[in-house]
Design a protein around this ligand. Structure first.
Ligand code: UDP
Length: 326
C-alpha cells in the first residue's frame, strides 16, 4: 500500500514508518520537524516537509493514490498544554479536522490515529477498559478526546474506516529510532540522561501516592509492540471491513511499574548509580494508569513481544548512548 505517515519524524511515527517499510509498504512522511528529527525518517520513506495547516499541499499528497493515513502529529506535553491550550486545540484538533476534510475530498477512507490514555483522566478503577469514563485532566487530554469524537462522527457520517489507538506509556527504541524530545519530560529518557552523565539527578515527582511504594504506577509499552498494533489496526481498516466504523483500542501491557521500579530497572540495565531527588507531585498525574489490553488482543490478535521493563530500558539505553544531544 501507499501510506501517508503524518508525524513520521517523531518518536513513535518513525518507528511505525520503519515497520511499515519492512512490511513492504510505500511510505510518504509528512512532518514539519517542530519536534521531530529529519534523521529519524527511515531510509526508504519519501520525506515531505510540511504540516496540516498547509491544506493545498495535503490535498495534493492525498490525491497521489494514498491508500491509508497514519496520523501521529500532535503536541503532547501535558504541562505545556495547560499554559498554551490554544496551541493544542489548533494543532491536535484543528490539524485533525483539516486532515479529515482533505481525506474526504480525496476519497481516502482509512485512518489510524494516535490517541492517548490521557483521554480517561483519573480512572475510577484499573485496568482501564475502553468503556471507562473519559474525563481528561488536561487540555492535552481534552484535545485527544475531541479528536477521537470528531473522527467517530465523521466516520459514521461519511463511511470512513478509522482506528484510534490510546497509548499508555511508550518506551524503548527500535534501532536508530528512539525518544529525543526537546525538552524531555519522560521518566525513562530522563533516567538515561543521568546514567549517561549528561544530567546530575532525576526528580521523583511525589512519594505519597496510594501505591505500594508511594510513587506513580504506569503501564509501559515497548514502542516496537506499539508499532505492531498499528500494522494490525491498518489491516482492520481494510475495504472489506464494514464501512463507517471507528474503533478505539487501549494499548498497554496491562502491567504497572512504579517510578521507583523503573529507576531500579535503569540502574540494573546501565550499571550506573542514578542519583534521585525528591520533588513535589506533578500536577495532573493520576496515581495509577494501567490498560486493559483485552479488546485489542481479542479483536486484532495483538500480542506484545517485549513486555519486560528491562528490555524497554535496555533498548532505550542503546539509543541514548548512540544519540548524544546536538
Ligand atoms: N516522572 C518522574 N520524574 C521524571 C519524569 C517523570 O518522577 O523526571 C514520573 C511522572 O510523575 C509519572 C511517571 O514518572 O508518574 C511517568 O511520567 P512520564 O512523563 O514518563 O509519562 P506520563 O505518565 O506523564 O505520560
Amino acid at each position: 500500500m501507499r501510506l501517508l505517515v503524518i508525524g513520521g519524524a517523531g518518536y513513535i511515527g518513525s518507528v511505525v514508518a520503519t515497520r511499515l517499510l519492512a512490511a513492504g509498504h510505500e511510505v510518504v512522511v509528512l512532518d514539519d520537524l517542530s519536534t521531530g528529527h529529519v534523521d529519524a525518517v527511515p531510509a526508504g520513506a519519501l520525506f515531505v516537509p510540511g504540516n496540516l495547516a498547509a491544506t493545498g499541499q495535503l490535498e495534493r499528497l492525498l490525491a497521489g493514490q494514498v491508500d491509508a493515513v497514519l496520523h501521529f502529529a500532535a503536541r503532547s506535553l501535558v504541562g505545556e498544554s495547560t499554559v498554551h491550550p490554544e496551541l493544542y486545540w489548533a494543532n491536535n484538533v484543528g490539524g485533525t479536522r483539516a486532515l479529515l476534510q482533505a481525506m474526504l475530498a480525496a476519497g481516502v477512507t482509512r485512518l489510524v490515529f494516535s490517541s492517548s490514555s490521557a483521554t480517561y483522566g483519573q480512572p475510577e478503577s484499573v485496568p482501564i477498559t475502553e468503556e471507562a469514563p473519559t474525563r481528561p485532566t488536561s487540555p492535552y487530554g481534552n484535545t485527544k478526546l475531541a479528536a477521537d469524537l470528531m473522527i467517530g462522527d465523521l466516520a459514521r457520517a461519511h463511511g470512513l474506516n478509522a482506528v484510534s489507538l490510546r497509548y499508555f506509556n511508550a518506551a524503548g527504541a527500535l534501532g536508530g529510532a528512539g525518544e529525543r524530545h526537546q525538552p524531555e519530560t519522560h521518566l525513562i529518557p530522563n533516567l538515561l540522561e543521568v546514567a549517561a552523565g549528561r544530567a546530575g539527578s532525576v526528580q521523583v515527582f511525589g512519594r505519597d501516592y496510594p501505591t505500594s511504594d508511594g510513587t506513580c504506577v504506569r503501564d509501559y509499552i515497548h514502542v516496537d509492540d506499539l508499532a505492531s498494533a498499528h500494522l494490525l489496526a491498518l489491516d482492520a481498516t481494510a475495504g472489506d471491513a464494514p464501512s463507517g466504523r471507528h474503533r478505539i483500542y487501549n494499548l498497554g501491557n496491562g502491567q504497572g511499574f512504579s517510578v521507583l521500579e523503573v529507576i531500579e530497572a535503569a540502574r540494573r540495565v546501565t550499571g550506573r548509580a542514578i542519583p534521585l531527588e525528591d520533588a513535589p507531585r506533578r500536577p495532573g498525574d493520576p496515581a495509577i494508569l494501567v490498560a486493559s489490553g483485552q479488546r485489542i488482543r481479542e479483536e486484532l490478535g495483538w500480542v506484545p513481544a517485549r513486555p519486560g521493563i528491562d528490555q524497554m530500558v535496555a533498548d532505550a539505553w542503546e539509543f541514548t548512548k548512540s544519540h548524544p544531544p546536538a
